[in-house]
Ligand binder design. Structure first.
Ligand SMILES: C[S@@+](CC[C@H](N)C(=O)[O-])C[C@H]1O[C@@H](n2cnc3c(N)ncnc32)[C@H](O)[C@@H]1O
Length: 272
């Protein structure tokens, strides 16, 4: 009971600081021990007004619950929708043994999506990359409890992925693109294209956009300021399908479910 109270109260304990930052429009405030050197300027912000942005263990500790509260308990349900297209995309590699199949989750955060993928595909090799060491530490705690091979977690930017060309059979990316400036969105798609194998797929889950739900326009507009999502307004008007085509992907499909949307794209096979 004591532990449950502690878990439930911890996001609430950040509320006074969140409120203060929102009121004072402070968006780059970090505890003195946090080293932001080498991280991109667009990233070193208090996204969602949260204390230390993505850069402390405390932030990583309360992130999952905060997101579930924000989405009324639907965040994991939204993530789970990437599983079916991911599995369908792997069909092209069905002659490959699972132990040789590699899947990368870009901006894996605390590892929720990797955990779901591990449940569906217990034997494949899983990789996660994220800019936050603190979130990767939390992911490592979560994923090391699962049976099977430990996923490989790497600190690095999605826009310069530390992997070889044509390395992965599939790539996923959940709740990232709305937190990026437009040119970085394009760079990350270009990088996903580079590191996925010909015939492999790229599965994205993110927020709905204006063109999906024009009725939610006012709410989307307010979300940007209320939750300190500095790139969200631009994101809601971006054409992600065009961007995926620009990167070289083909057979791009999109679907919308509740507050989230899904894009699935394929890297052409040689000669396709
Ligand atoms: C909204 S969270 C989503 C995390 C996770 N995918 C999930 O479903 O909860 C955004 C994550 O993206 C990471 N991130 C932001 N910009 C990044 C970049 N350029 N490259 C890699 N990770 C990035 C953050 O550190 C954070 O973990």
């Amino acid at each position: 009971m004591g532990r449950l109270c502690k878990i439930l109260s911890s996001p609430c304990l950040d509320l006074p600081q969140i409120w203060n930052r929102a009121q004072q429009k402070v968006s780059r405030e970090f505890s003195p021990e946090i080293d932001t050197a080498g991280l991109p300027n667009y990233y070193t912000q208090n996204f969602h007004h949260q204390t230390d942005g993505y850069l402390s263990d405390r932030s990583a500790q309360i992130y999952d619950l905060q997101v579930e509260i924000l989405f009324n308990g639907a965040a994991d349900a939204m993530r789970r929708r990437i599983l079916a297209p991911l599995k369908a995309g792997l069909e092209v590699f069905k002659d490959e043994i699972p132990q040789n199949t590699r899947i990368l989750d870009i901006a894996c955060g605390t590892g929720r999506t990797l955990r779901m993928i591990r449940g569906m595909l217990p034997k494949v090799k899983l990789h996660g990359v994220d800019l936050s060491n603190a979130y990767l530490r939390k992911a490592s705690q979560l994923l090391s409890q699962l049976p099977g091979e430990l996923p490989q977690l790497t600190q690095g930017p999605g826009e310069a992925l530390p992997y070889l060309d044509n390395h992965f059979h599939a790539i996923t990316c959940v709740f990232l693109f709305h937190e990026l400036p437009a040119p970085i969105r394009q760079q990350i798609m270009n990088e996903a294209f580079r590191v996925v194998k010909p015939g492999g797929s790229f599965v994205i889950c993110d927020s709905v956009q204006l063109s999906d739900s024009p009725d939610l326009g006012m709410m989307m507009d307010g979300f940007s300021d209320t939750f300190h999502e500095p790139f969200y307004r631009n994101y809601t008007q971006d054409n992600l399908i065009d961007r995926l085509h620009t990167s070289g992907f083909i057979e791009v499909t999109e679907s919308v479910h509740f507050m989230s949307k899904y894009l699935v794209a394929k890297k052409p096979l040689y000669g396709q």
